[in-house]
Design a protein around this ligand. Sequence first.
Ligand code: SAH
Length: 389
Amino acid sequence: MITGTRLSEDPEDHRKVNWNREGEPRVADLDRDLRRLIAHHGPLSVAEYMAAVLVHPRSGVYTARDPIGADGDFITAPEVSQVFGELISAWCRVVWRAIGAPDPTLLVELGPGRGALMADFLRVSRTDPKFHRALRLWLVEASPAMCQLQRRALGSAEASPSPSWTEAFARVPDGAVLLVANEFFDALPVHQFQMTASGWNERRIDEGANGTGLRFVLSAPSGAAALIPASLASMAEGSVVEVSPARIALASQIGERVAHFGGAALIVDYGACESRTGDTLRAMRKHAFHPVLADPGTADISAHVDFAGLAQAATEAGARVFGPIAQGPFLERLGAQERARTLIANATPEVAAEIQNGLHRLVDAQAMGALFKAVAIVAPGAPPPPGFE
Ligand code: SAH
């Protein structure tokens, strides 16, 4: 049993990261680029808008600043509690043994944020030297500044496998893979369509007249409309549906990878189990909702994940999918309470209260326990992984 606690984050290190420090002028860059794009190409799809706001090369939410954590716009499970990354590490180790302990195994994290999940993962995996030695770490990350944060978080973790970075999962070399993605898919762009008397129209973003800011308009649907599930074909006028070619393509690549080379992927995110209608595009600024089109770049934006759509894409690519299951019961089945008790046994009363509180946020249905879901993508014929039995 491992009782180690995570290293505290060094705020000095965080300050040294090479963010685009010019602040407001950078957001003005994004604003100007969005207006230029609209002027030259017409209204933007919601997907184009999301991609620009999140990963604009100079002034995106993830490229110009760090939106994660108490001082940022939103907080994620690994930032709430070390138990999250520790249990995922144990999950991966069990799966790795079940597939014959391949050495090497590619350990891939999509969108590692500040590197908290992976630091917790590696601290635990180190207690099984055979497993730890087999891991080749790949981090898929679009933001150079986020890469720097990850380098710092993992560099301090003694004897870590040294990470390789890439911007796209498709560039990770071939081989058996253990892949984890927490709150990554929700950041991948979605298109929105709205039902009208003449069928689905695409919701796009245009400039209002006389500097009134950005606004939604309806226009002819793009090719992404082909992804609207047939089951939603006869929705009432005004219904909105979201589809994401980027998410579907990635789920399909992951499915293909595990089906062909073996391994497993664990995707944790927020959203519904079945494909539904509804506008779920949200902006969060300093932990509060913010209007989606106001002050682009100053608030994180995301949309619910359609787990049924991901599962279908991975299955069609040849893999087997388990779940989705709600995060609360999933973590409980992996032994979240036992792990917290062990940590608490060695902690001061203040730290013990923090651990208890963190665990509560992860598993409680009113907090993250019900909205967040976990899905596992494995090779065909593989047994159900831990938590999905
Ligand atoms: N998994 C982390 C962070 C989630 S935030 C956690 O749970 O704390 C989303 C992460 O994905 C960030 O690291 C962000 O920079 C990265 N990201 C967002 N869009 C991306 C894209 N299109 N390609 C690659 N990385 C992306």
